[in-house]
Each structure stands twice: as C-alpha cells, then as structure tokens.
Design a protein. Sequence first.
Length: 267
Amino acid sequence: MNFFYENKDLSMKVYYSYGSSLTFGAHLHNHIELVYMIDGRSKAIVDWKECIIGKGDAFIVFPNQIHQYQNIDTEHYFISIFTPDFCPEFQNIFKQKIPVSPVIKNAGETGEILSIIQCITEAGREKNDFHDNILRGYFLVLLSKLFQMTQFETAKASDGNTIKAILNYCSENYTNDIQLETISQALHISKYYISHLFSQKLHMGFNEYIGMLRISEVCRLLELQNRSITEIAYSVGFNSTRTLNRLFLKYTNITPKQYKKMAMFKA
C-alpha cells in the first residue's frame, strides 16, 4: 500500500464537519480521527486490514495508523480530527493502546451518540467565553461513551510494520536529542533505510518530522501559560529559541509569543 503523511494545522486542536464522501487515499498523521456514519456505508482499510463502516457505526483511528476510505454506497457522516492533547484525560490510552477493531458496531443504536454529536455542532456555533470548555466537555463525553464499547490492546513500538515502529519511537522520544543513529540502534534498522522511508513514504525529512512533533507540543505548552518560551523550547528538545521561532513561524504563520498572547485571551 502506498501512503503519505498528511500535514495538519499544528495550531488547530480540533476539526469537525459533516460530509457525503469519505473516499481518501492511504495516509497517516499524529491526530485522532473519528467518524460516525449517520447513513450509508464505506469501506475503510486500517494497517492493511479491511472493515466496513455501516449506518450507526463509529470508526476511530489512533495516531500513526495508516488508513484510507473507499466509497461503496451513499454516505452521510460526521467526522472529527483532533490532537491527543485536546482530551488529555485519555492520553494514556492514545499513547499506549490501539483499538482491537477500529469499527464500533451499532454505536448509535440508542441515539445517544448522535445526540452528543448534535450538541457538538450546536456548541460550535456559539461563540462565548466558555466555548472551548463546552466543546471539549462534549468530546470527553463522546469518547467516554465510545471507549466503553471498545476493546483495546497494548501498542508496542516493535509491533506492526517498520514505518509504524519508527513513528511510534519518534512520538515517544522526540523531546530527547533524537537522531537517525538513535532510532537505528534502538530498532536495529539501518539509518539509511530510515532516511529512505521518510523521503519516499512520508515525503519529508526526518528532521522536519521531529520538528513538527516538537512544535505541536510547544503549542500545547504555550496554552498552559505557566512557563516561559525559552523554558518550553529546551523542554521539547530545541537547542535554541531561535530554532523554535523559525520553525514555529513556518508551521503556524505566527510567532510563539503571538500564539501565547492569543491563547491567553481565549483562556
């Protein structure tokens, strides 16, 4: 399966919408992807395993899982893509587990899931001082309900295909002084082959990928408002604030200082 790494807006914590065509090529990213099929059917492939998402089913993909969609019927669905730290209460699940099956059959049988989704869309239209908290609260309820119906298994860095093992290792160690040699020694994979996978499969360099992981974490830490930009820069693995500022501007189009100021007004 040929796949690509889908770059996401690192400053955006959550995205959601309704749609009528899920069809999308094989890709992966560092976000959670959640689909609820209101009507119709679609075929999904997750880590080379096929499954059908039918009416009333929920579908969830964790970070670094390769997935794609193929249309097989008319579709009407709700989709949300969000960062793991949007709901930090589930960080341990997102980091250490993966669903045994990405499809939660008949998740909407009682109508409760669809009702929560409707609350999410209604909350999205209301702009007030508590908008973000209300929205996150509904997502916490939605995930709690879905996870009650989900069986999980432990995710190990050495499981699955080579690219997943590499990306999982990066996700767990990007705040350290991580190099191609580091991963090569840890996973017993040639550093030249790792470099080749990033170039040919993800269409980006290894350093660029690590930089994206670090900037995503910087965004989260800046919103907490309790640490200086310099302190944050070193805590996520940057060796200077100059490097942080350059990459932050590249991926978000604003400076860390501007982002922190915007987050302060939203709090």
